[in-house]
Design a protein around this ligand. Structure first.
Ligand code: NAP
Length: 277
């Protein structure tokens, strides 16, 4: 698995496993555990979650999937903005660790910007890091202005990533945020890489994928993997989808493929406010 280096020095796999909507129903639990285990077996050792997902239950699904193999996994979780005060962030992290049945997170993110001063959240992250509860921290759904504010604060230069909505249908970050992060070597984590399935119904994408002999999901993921400094975290709860997504790592895109994708999904021609799901 190809990796990127975070500002903290850690290596992070470029393709991982999302978990939003997991843990919401006991009926699908075993299928979700199996999908995550299969992803780990295939080398997709980055797992992304949040205290929000399944109201904590996604983290318990992950605990089951990673039991006995914690050291193989790069584990990312996120704190709610309303839990981002010094005291509450530490308590929220402890609860996540408890549900995940682990004693550390590789990366802990502020899920989106709320009303708690960023300086306080950064202090909480630093306290958690010093205590060995998290190895690195970062943010999510931050636009360039938010990043500029955050990175100028004490401890802000340690922000390891920004997790944002990025896929062929949502290319706004290419205007400003992606270059800003590239310049500072802060990897961007692209969430909803297939727009929660909606992108896969796009006719031109289907046609291009068919021409290349791959699926629409694979083409969409391969395109993101082709972007410099980008980590991709598709969520899949079926074994077949996990396998298909992992195989996207092997797809090479030619200049003609990239041009055809640009024509179907034009890059931004002006600034676009950061979108989120
Ligand atoms: P996504 O990964 O774009 O799409 C997930 C959906 O696509 C699921 O319904 C899945 O089906 C389906 N799918 C996956 N692979 C497929 C394939 N090869 N063929 C056909 N369908 C496929 O959307 P997402 O879950 O919103 O985003 C990914 C992850 O990013 C999340 O799970 C979460 O970890 C993170 N995220 C973060 C934020 C944030 O604010 N930071 C926001 C959104 C998401 P099955 O499950 O049935 O396999």
């Amino acid at each position: 698995m190809r990796t990127l280096r975070l500002p903290s020095g850690q290596l992070i796999p470029v393709l991982g496993l999302g978990t939003w909507k997991m843990g919401e129903s006991a009926r699908f639990r075993q299928e979700e555990v199996a999908a995550l285990r299969h992803g780990l077996d295939l080398g997709m050792t980055l797992i992304d979650t949040a205290e929000m997902y399944g109201q904590g239950e996604a983290e318990t699904v992950i605990a089951e999937a990673i039991a006995g193999r914690r050291s193989d996994v790069f584990l990312v979780s996120k704190v709610y903005p309303h839990n981002a005060t010094h005291e509450r962030a530490i308590a929220a992290c402890e609860r996540s660790l408890q549900r995940l049945q682990t004693d550390y997170l590789d990366l802990y993110l502020l899920h989106w910007r709320g009303s708690v001063p960023l300086s306080e959240t950064l202090e909480a992250f630093e306290t958690l890091k010093q205590a060995g509860k998290i190895r690195a921290f970062g943010v999510s759904n931050f636009d360039v202005k938010d990043l500029e504010k955050a990175t100028a604060l004490p401890g802000g230069d340690a922000i390891a990533t920004n997790q944002v909505l990025y896929n062929l249908m949502r290319r706004g970050i290419e205007w400003d945020l992606l270059p800003w992060c590239r310049q500072r070597q802060i990897p961007v984590m692209a969430y909803s890489p297939v727009e929660q399935g909606r992108l896969l119904k796009h006719r031109p994408l289907q046609a291009l994928a068919q021409q290349k002999g791959v699926s629409a999901a694979q083409l969409a993921i391969a395109w993101l993997l082709h972007q410099d400094n980008v980590i991709v975290i598709p969520k899949a709860s079926s074994l077949a989808h996990v396998e298909e997504n992992q195989a996207a790592l092997k797809i090479q895109l030619s200049p003609e493929d990239l041009a055809a994708l640009d024509e179907a999904f034009p890059p931004p021609a002006q600034p676009i406010a950061l979108e989120m799901l």
